[in-house]
Unconditional design. Structure first.
Length: 185
């Protein structure tokens, strides 16, 4: 079991999970690094990223290429802040296991972060089918630094995704929308 105390000396834990794709998401890592350096505190940040060339300047960052499902779930449960890519599988796991509201950021094709913009499409749909107060947690914009900084600086909020997703009505609409997108590609 991965506990906060085994990972870092400070109890405030930021977890970043970027999935298992071979595409880099260095745009997010660079902005995160700048935000962490500006915070000037002893946060412990754990980053799970399959592929990156980015070298963090922030000293309190631990990078893992991959984590077992058990460790991943444990980190999701224990983290004070979670930043994630917009992948469906990771979204589902965070919906189910995260204690605090995560920040989702879409990988964009224009930055060669993925083969297409399916993550932006997915997060935009989630943004539209939720209360406006949750829209800020689903980013599809190019400029993400300001949003990451605001997210890290706000008080951690309870994960309320289970109130809005995967109930029968929302699930049918979401599956219909995703199927429509897949049939167009």
């Amino acid at each position: 079991m991965v506990s906060k105390s085994n990972l870092c000396t400070k109890s405030y834990l930021i977890f970043v999970t970027l999935g298992t794709t071979n595409y880099c998401f260095d745009r997010l890592l660079k902005e995160l690094d700048m935000c962490l350096m500006q915070r000037r505190n002893n946060d412990c940040t754990i980053v799970q990223v399959n592929n990156t060339l980015y070298q963090f300047q922030s000293k309190r960052v631990k990078i893992y290429k991959s984590l077992s499902i058990k460790k991943l779930i444990n980190l999701m449960r224990r983290s004070d802040k979670i930043i994630s890519h917009g992948g469906y599988g990771t979204f589902y796991m965070l919906y189910k296991y995260a204690r605090h509201m995560p920040l989702f950021i879409a990988r964009l094709q224009s930055y060669s972060e993925h083969v297409d913009n399916h993550q932006a499409f997915f997060l935009e749909k989630l943004r539209k089918h939720n209360p406006k107060k949750l829209a800020k947690y689903f980013l599809v914009e190019d400029e993400i630094g300001k949003h990451i900084s605001e997210y890290l600086n706000e008080k951690s909020k309870e994960n309320t995704l289970n109130n809005f997703f995967f109930n029968f009505t929302n699930r049918k609409e979401l599956l219909r929308t995703i199927s429509k997108f897949i049939s167009k590609t």
